[in-house]
Ligand binder design. Sequence first.
Ligand SMILES: [Zn+2]
Length: 159
Amino acid sequence: MKKIQTRVRRIERPIEHIIVHCSATPQGKDFGADDIDRWHRNKGLDLIGYHYVVRLDGTVERGRDLFKAGAHCNDQYRDYDSIGVCYIGGLDDSGEPCDTRTPEQRTALRALLQTLKGVWPLAKISGHRDWAPSRQGGCPCFDAQQEYADITGDVYMNR
Ligand SMILES: [Zn+2]
């Protein structure tokens, strides 16, 4: 009888994409990873769907562990091979999609994306709406591919 393979190999998921979101909350309202964790659990998720949250003041908070697939972009199965980054905001006072990023959030988002690209230089930065046609104009309420096109990360690759 053939011996049964009992050794469990660690499965590390590939990181092909870094996907930017907004929390779809009104501009100026301060929320954090704890709040989103609660909302997502109320929606039936096991925990917060994003890996990082960027607060209004530019504070970057950790969401779920990076090695765990996200629950932020099921479109085209992107949850499995991506990192989900969410900034707080994305709606104007009348509840319409709007790029509400504070200067601190812009700085922190770029720094976070640069850091992630340094670790995964081949991962492509995009916005949620780039994967979900129904969200045109919405999440994350700006053109992430265009805005972050200059972040290459390949400086680490070429050493
Ligand atoms: Zn989104």
